[in-house]
Design a protein around this ligand. Structure first.
Ligand SMILES: [Zn+2]
Length: 514
């Protein structure tokens, strides 16, 4: 059987490359987002600034229907301004630590003795009753340093790309899922109980060990962003090489005294909606009400500046829209960009958008399921489709750092693979060659994929994303590769164009029914 030739608009590929490689604005965009605005925790004042600034840019480029779209009931906003920890005994030294998001301030600078506690389940709390007043708790064991065995900064070589061609048959997903759900529910319940217990016992602050060594502060959320729930006590993550000696000193029965000063605040008293920023280049003619979407999450964690996770994706998607506009693209289908919020807390913004415009499974009635975040729930009943579901063509996402595109994950959409192979051809010379049937997960294309819509993410060079940058204080502009972003923006713009011009919408794979 002969496959029909997938038409590839090489003339447009040339115009896009010219604009992307010779007149790029991608680093200007990313520079403003990260170094003028800064980190963009969901619902923080800086996230609101980023929503406003990106709207302004889209308006300046003449895009249509520029607006923020709310998704309900995310929780409260939070920000911090200072965090310092000093050792006062057995010797004096500054210690590097940063607060977890959604945890409170200390009551000015507070001083107390450090105490090691080990809490793995709710019954572990009882032994500490009456013993924690005015203590600063160390939550983790010292961690043995493991020297790295691979390069910090990595790119795919030919063998690595070839290795992506194999597809491993899935394991029993249902069983894995049940175990994950159980662990998740237990962790949530323990966190809530622990927050309330520490407040009641008069704990001054808690300190945990950073997830990575080598002075990197890898910090996420703690406390609670929900109004009406205890935010607990001030919680920090400390660099491993400063944390380990505190634990060892306690093990030698020395008195460790610390001073902690954190200024943080909730910016709302009640739970607030989050906001995605949306804009489009309208289609024209008979396919104008069909839509191709591009997206990346604009929210970040709070300690770096969210440059690779995921300012890079935002800058690339914005730049792709700018390029399409600059080359005078008049697409048949509408090309819409979405800068998501709430991704780091469970794909909340993209999922809500997909539910509103395209499709969702009904809300569960089982209280155990209801208590889970939406992305962990089992589908309760048949998929409920909106009219936009049938008019949806494709979604392309970027969220694996700032590394160069080397191809695309087809998410087991076999029929899409030859199409993507054809679309990548004009970019073989800049390193994008590979189409794999494999799935990739953990980011916003999953919100589309989960309801049977074609949503994809690109294969990217890893760089130092998972050795230095991901969710750490090193997620800054310095670790971003400018040339890689230019390449990525060209490919995104071209994929959007091809998807918008194609005779048929992209093929869909069968909807997975559990
Ligand atoms: Zn991300």
């Amino acid at each position: 059987m002969l496959l029909a030739q997938e038409p590839v608009d090489l003339e447009m590929a040339g115009r896009i490359r010219q604009e992307a490689f010779h007149h790029s604005q991608v680093m200007d965009i990313l520079g403003h987002l990260t170094e003028d605005i800064g980190p963009r925790l969901t619902n923080s004042p800086q996230m609101a600034q980023a929503n406003a600034w990106t709207r302004e840019k889209f308006q300046g480029w003449g895009l249509a229907k520029v607006h923020d779209e709310a998704f309900d009931d995310f929780g409260r906003g939070w920000e911090f301004s200072t965090a310092s920890v000093e050792m006062l005994a057995p010797r004096t030294a500054p210690l590097y630590a940063l607060p977890k998001a959604w945890t409170p301030s200390t009551n000015g600078p507070v001083e107390g003795e450090a105490m090691r506690v080990s809490i793995k389940s709710r019954k572990d709390l009882e032994q500490y009753r009456g013993k924690l007043k005015d203590k600063i708790l160390l939550l983790d064991d010292a961690r043995v340093y493991k020297p790295g065995t691979e390069a910090d900064w990595q790119r795919y070589d030919e063998a690595g790309l070839a290795g992506l061609q194999g597809f491993a048959l899935p394991k029993d997903a249902k069983r894995d899922r049940a175990a994950i759900l159980k662990r998740y529910a237990e962790r949530q319940a323990l966190a809530r109980a622990t927050n309330e217990f520490f407040v009641a016992e008069g704990v001054l602050a808690t300190i945990g060990i950073s997830g990575w060594d080598n002075g990197i502060l890898r910090v996420g959320g703690g406390g609670s962003r929900r109004a009406g729930e205890s935010a607990g006590v001030p919680e920090l993550a400390m660099m491993a090489e400063h944390y380990n000696p505190l634990v060892r000193a306690l093990e030698r029965k020395e008195t460790v005294k610390l001073r902690v000063d954190v200024k943080a605040r909730f910016t709302d008293d009640s739970n607030q909606p989050g906001h995605n920023t949306i804009a489009e280049i309208p289609g024209s003619g008979g396919k104008a009400n069909e839509v191709v979407m591009l997206g990346a999450h604009m929210d970040s964690w709070h300690t770096g500046t969210g440059a690779s996770d995921n300012g890079a994706g935002v800058a690339v998607m914005m730049e792709a829209m700018r390029i399409l506009n600059a080359v005078g693209a008049k697409p048949k289908r509408t090309i819409r960009v979405a800068l998501w919020s709430g991704e780091e807390q469970g794909l909340i913004g993209s999922r809500a958008y997909v539910a509103k415009h395209f499709a969702a499974y009904p809300e569960p009635t089982d209280p155990a399921q209801k208590a889970l975040p939406a992305f962990l729930r089992e589908p309760a009943g048949a998929l409920q489709k909106q009219p936009g579901y049938e008019r949806f063509a494709a979604y392309f996402n970027m969220d694996n750092g700032s590394g160069r595109f080397r191809g695309i994950y087809a998410q087991e959409n076999t029929a899409a693979m030859p199409i993507f192979r054809a679309w990548l051809e004009p970019f073989h010379d800049v390193g994008a060659t590979t189409v794999t049937s494999r799935n990739t997960g953990s980011t916003d294309h999953v919100s589309f994929d989960a309801v049977g819509l074609p949503g994809f993410q690109f294969i990217q060079d890893r760089l130092d994303y998972f050795s230095n940058v991901h969710h750490s204080n090193l997620d800054t502009l310095d670790h971003v590769s400018a040339d890689d972003l230019k390449q990525a923006a060209a490919i995104v713009a071209f994929f959007a164009w091809q998807a918008a011009q194609r005779e048929e919408k992209l093929p869909r794979k069968p909807l997975a029914q559990d």
